[in-house]
Design a protein around this ligand. Structure first.
Ligand SMILES: NC(=O)c1ccc[n+]([C@@H]2O[C@H](COP(=O)([O-])OP(=O)(O)OC[C@H]3O[C@@H](n4cnc5c(N)ncnc54)[C@H](OP(=O)(O)O)[C@@H]3O)[C@@H](O)[C@H]2O)c1
Length: 309
């Protein structure tokens, strides 16, 4: 476990060692992602942040905030709804053009888009559940698309459920017949770590981190649920959880630390909220079986189908 005091001290010390870094953020318009981009702007003297989100207008005050945190930073907002694979491909091209214009390579990618669907499977135009696509397929697609534009020692950080990998429903990888709130959490979490393993095997100079942020008071549950359940989440559950939940600022500092500390320089890492590397028995079993190859093949089939629709 790394204490938050150590995390803050290490982040603050980066000012003297890393003058400029370029990072791409998806899901940074609120919550943990927003706190992570703030931490990045605060600790890197000349940061370049490319932020992908659904509404430029809604993010305008936060862009101003980032400029006030660090006026020497460059902050680019690209508007896109990243719940569909084709949209991810389009915005990845725009990210590539932005980098080429500025002669930059990506050092860090932070992926934190997502919500939890309490309304059953919400099938989108790709034939995928939207919430699972945001938390799993879209993140894999971003990693795949952006890897050619990364610096040699880049790190890709997915903020989701490292260490919480659960049994994969092997005959229904896209959860077409077995969708439930529980299945939509542990099953894609396990597939994500295995996808990261596959990327790490092909990119031995880079690091792929899958981090569980722990309970963090971002309002995620209240935003995810609708109707009466949404009211209960906002007015009853969240105020209770807030008593024990971490503050997004602390978790943002942690995410930035895991992306920059020497400890996680290369390979595939499944990390608990406090930075402890995890390999639970379920994940170990899939690793021993080489199940990542099945997952990669599935991802490819899903992406081919999505782009041909
Ligand atoms: N908070 C926790 O306690 C906790 C615990 C464990 C895991 N996690 C996971 O960590 C990640 C970040 O959580 P958070 O608490 O920071 O969440 P959050 O504050 O709700 O932020 C979620 C982000 O995802 C984007 N998003 C949501 N629905 C979208 C859609 N349909 N299309 C495109 N973008 C969409 C949001 O964009 P908009 O601003 O446009 O809505 C926002 O940028 C999530 O995947 C969550 O499941 C969180």
């Amino acid at each position: 476990m790394v204490a938050i005091r150590e995390v803050r001290a290490a982040n603050a010390s980066l000012k003297s060692s890393k003058q400029s870094l370029t990072a791409v953020f998806t899901g940074a318009t609120s919550g943990i992602g927003k706190a992570t981009v703030q931490s990045f702007a605060k600790h890197i003297p000349q940061p370049t942040a490319i932020i992908v989100g659904r509404s430029q207008k809604a993010f305008a005050p936060e862009l101003e905030n980032l400029r006030s945190i660090n006026p020497d930073g460059t902050y680019v907002f690209l508007e896109e709804d990243i719940s569909l694979i084709k949209n991810i491909d389009a915005v990845s091209q725009r990210i590539a053009s932005t980098l080429q214009e500025k002669s930059l390579k990506i050092d860090l990618v932070f992926l934190s888009q997502g919500y939890i669907s309490f309304n059953g499977r919400e099938t989108n135009a790709d034939g995928l559940d939207t919430s699972v696509s945001l938390r799993y397929y879209g993140r894999v697609r971003f990693a795949q698309n952006l890897l050619p534009y990364t610096a040699p020692e880049a790190r890709i950080v997915s903020i989701l459920a490292g260490g919480q990998e659960a049994t994969i429903i092997e005959d229904d990888l896209a959860l077409e017949r077995n969708y439930s709130v529980g299945n939509a959490m542990g099953h894609p979490a396990c597939m994500l770590t295995l996808s990261w393993d596959a990327f790490a095997a092909q990119n031995s100079d880079k690091a792929f981190l899958h981090v569980f942020p722990g309970l963090t008071s971002t309002g995620l549950l209240g935003r995810s649920a609708t109707g009466v359940l949404g009211l209960v989440m906002r007015w009853v559950v969240e105020p209770i959880l807030k008593l024990t939940a971490s503050k997004p600022e602390d978790i943002g500092e942690r995410m930035f630390y895991y992306a920059t500390t020497e400890e996680f320089e290369k390979g595939s890492w499944s990390l608990d909220w406090d930075g402890t590397p995890k390999e639970n028995a379920v994940l170990k079993g899939y690793r021993e079986r080489g199940f990542k190859d099945v997952v990669v093949e599935h991802n490819e089939r899903v992406f081919e189908r999505a782009v041909s629709r």
